[in-house]
Design a protein around this ligand. Sequence first.
Ligand code: COA
Length: 389
Amino acid sequence: MSLSIGIHDLSFATAEFVLPHTALAAYNGTEIGKYHVGIGQESMSIPAADEDIVTMGAAAAAPIIARHGSDRIRTVVFATESSIDQAKSAGVYVHSLLQLPSATRVVELKQACYGATAALQFAIGLVQRDPAQQVLVIASDVSKYELDSPGEATQGAAAVAMLVSLDPALVRIEDPSGLFTADVMDFWRPNYRNEALVDGHESINAYLQAVEGTWKDYTEQGGRTLEEFAAFCYHQPFTKMAYKAHRHLLNYCGYDTDKNDIARAIAQTTAYNTVIGNSYTASVYLALAALLDQAGDLTGKSVGMFSYGSGSVAEFFAATVVAGYRAHLRTEHNRETIARRRPVDYTGYRALHERSFPTDGGHHATEAQTTGPFRLAGLSGHKRLYETR
Ligand code: COA
């Protein structure tokens, strides 16, 4: 009999500031309906000068360590596509900020927005090998596109931390998975660039191909039928994409694409992403958090999870909600995390967007802006200096 392994706890953090799409639309003259309805985005999280994937990742994971301790965690997997170093894992900084035991393995994973799902699957493998152990998975990203480009309105920033263990309190991750890889150039970020390059319309097509590909493989591997799923969490580069994806899947399976049916399957998964923006690796797990926080009792129900990372790799799998999960949710904290962000005006946002770190190796303190628990204090000798507030 296969063991019950999955997500035991899930916590997220986002950035200090928030830019409403009304401010972006007022600046660039876009009809607001395009943002609110056309792509399904209301606002985006904007990191302060002293925030990055490490400070957000540590802020997401700290409540998990506070609740469960770190005695059973022997592995930390940090997934990101907005990496801060070509060699050192961002997870090592988080390990230090959270004072995790030295007897820990820490590694960073990358495959665009898909990385956290690979991390989750690798974590399950490790727990299967030694069920006494837990794995801390952190997905943290700052999504940054060129100013005045079509992608700009889909920016965002957030981190999700998940504790993977035997007999999880939230959801069991089931076998099989449906897998799909295709070599496409829909979104990428060469090492010499701070902002991603994206062919937005190509990325929508590539994503829909991946929905088909993963579902085909999932079915061939003996997965559940469409009717067995209570809801579907799709990766949400912008929340409208989840609706497009689900319509495509229903069509592919020969079903009618009734608007209300699609809304029933998707609507409760978009609440966090619509106000946070794209958080790349964290996005599909923010969709899961939003669903668990908002839906009625999901005990025993299966949720279809679709993870997509441009370039591209995708995976479809079932997460089945376990009895008693509601007692372990962080719903109030999650709402506060979003509500506590401070509005930034367009000029302030643009200044933060245009900032870049000096590359001269000197000592450079960063402006103290964040009110979060961890901050990037500065750079010195090409090293990032973090502190706990
Ligand atoms: N009211 C309501 N809807 C409106 C509107 C209005 N006033 N104006 C436009 N729209 C709709 C369009 O009809 C379109 O909807 P559709 O896709 O259902 O047809 C939608 O808004 C977007 O309009 P579009 O002209 O396609 O916008 P765009 O050329 O600026 O590009 C994206 C949109 C999503 C492609 C672009 O934001 C992007 O590249 N985002 C990044 C995507 C990404 O990161 N992908 C990689 C990871 S998967």
